[in-house]
Write a protein that binds this ligand. Sequence first.
Ligand SMILES: *Cc1c(COP(=O)(O)O)cnc(C)c1O
Length: 411
Amino acid sequence: MAKINSNYLLLPNSYLFAEIAKKIKAYQKANPKADIIKMGIGDVTHPLTNSIVTAMEKAAKEMAESSTFRGYGPEQGYDFLVNAVINGEYKSRNIDIAPDEIFISDGSKCDIANIQEIFDINSTVAITDPVYPVYLDSNIMAGRSGRLNDKGYFEKIIYMSSTKENNFKPSFPAKHADLIYICSPNNPTGAALTKAELKSWVEYALENKSIILYDSAYSAYIQEEDVCGSIYEIPDAKKVAVEFKSFSKTAGFTGIRCAFTVVPKELYAFDDMGNKVALNKLWNRRQTTKFNGVSYITQRAAEAVYSEQGMKETKEVIKYYMNNAAIILCGLKQAGFEAYGGVNAPYIWWKIPDGIKSFDFLDILLEKYQIVGTPGSGFGPCGEGYFRLTAFNSQEKTKEAMQKIYKAASN
Ligand SMILES: *Cc1c(COP(=O)(O)O)cnc(C)c1O
């Protein structure tokens, strides 16, 4: 008799976003004329820029010629892209990263979900609350979570509360954690750690022999000077941190799929005997066994992101989104609400009126203003009382939404 991995039964039943989609569909069906403004989108909307598409076209033509056709590429990515990443992402920040420390992949979501495989099943895990659900769910599936208690917490996970009181920048875990997931700039709160704050995390990890799994998917959105674009800007971070970066939000690759993970060769964890083992070796072994690389066409597209023209185009698109973020932040404040984030990330964390559950606020917003956002509670218990709006809609729609909210608030 085949038995299931019963850890899967511990997972919260319906994925939040499916539930939201169901509600919107029902509303749209009941109100066919309603023009719903979608501000729950965690996806880019701007099409691929010209240099990216040109690179893809060229690569596609190469695939049509026997002299330039390519089959399987290296599991870790083609040299041309690895070098473009090193130059565009690290040399430009005065960071030394070797080619074999970079692993090109088809997305940060899979890398972030898979990385836990190379660690002991009894590793203790700390996550911020609220946060991108993948860190928690992948550890539930693996069997590290324990059961869900009636307060909405998994008993073996160490939660680090991100609240208004700590500016959505949690303090160190209350007890020792082997693995610490950090997302900065943060999805969903939009908060970003300053250089000094990130430095204190690196020092904490060094002292406590913890590994930081650093999700930097939104680094291209950073506007403030004292926020790091890479954790390796901090001295000794290579000894404690894996960094995940993606072309998804940086360059509109959510549908194309390309990302990379940096596993420095100085980064170690320990075997049962207490011997040091390089994580780079393990991750390479994992990837070469379970992954067969990203398509050549996609990697050429990613390479083009770092060309001079590509960087210019990408910056323009991000500027457009961040202008929307400013419109939302300012609009909510003018309407008398408290709102956070939106400065180094395309996310605005909206404090909703007291006494309303964030999931119920979804209905209120839909009924009253025909606006959709994402209930904060979907990202963790501390997200209750908040709502996430995103900057990925058009400027026109974003302005329209803010006018609706302002009007209703001033009535
Ligand atoms: C969008 C996002 C990613 C990127 O995922 P991909 O699989 O590369 O598209 C990673 N982390 C967070 C927090 C995100 O919001």
